[in-house]
Design a protein. Structure first.
Length: 167
């Protein structure tokens, strides 16, 4: 191979590699934006009342999910969420500003969203209010025809409290 042919081959290979890296960066940025938007939408839906929250369970979760360390099917998850929603029908969940971190892996087409969430749940019928903050992690998969929640986990942080009456 002549000097000129080698240089042309090297230039083409470098150009292709740069194009592939650029496409991968674009995919990463797109997954990152979608993961952040889904995490935001998730908490808005869960704060919107039981009908919207339960519709989101069916739309966002895959057939099996790791839910706070336990693998369950969507039907069991739906039952747990419905029960929680009935116990605490008024809910407000929000990502604490500045705490959301998103990391994505283009090879697995998955993202991890981490944040601190501030929450308040109330049950007027029981005269109860609970509020606090939690760590929140949401694993999202983008390999299929629609994004799905692969796992959800978190822990209540110190300072969460229940109040005896709703006012």
């Amino acid at each position: 191979m002549g000097r000129r042919s080698f240089a042309a081959t090297f230039a083409l290979a470098t150009s292709l590699a740069a194009g592939a890296a650029s496409a991968e960066e674009a995919d990463m940025a797109r997954m990152h934006r979608r993961a952040e938007a889904l995490a935001q939408r998730y908490l808005v839906g869960w704060s919107s009342g039981n009908a919207q929250a339960l519709a989101d369970v069916q739309a966002l979760y895959g057939p099996r999910v790791n839910f706070y360390g336990k693998f369950i099917d969507q039907r069991s998850l739906f039952a747990q969420k419905r029960s929680f929603g009935q116990r605490w029908p008024i809910r407000r969940y929000a990502h604490r500003p500045g705490t959301m971190q998103v990391t994505c892996d283009p090879a697995t087409k998955a993202c991890l969203v981490k944040s601190i969430i501030d929450w308040r749940a109330a049950s007027p019928a029981r005269g109860a209010v609970s509020r606090g903050a939690s760590t929140f992690e949401l694993g999202l998969g983008f390999a299929g025809p629609r994004p799905v929640v692969l796992f959800e986990r978190g822990n209540v942080l110190r300072g969460a409290r229940r109040e005896a009456s709703v006012q």
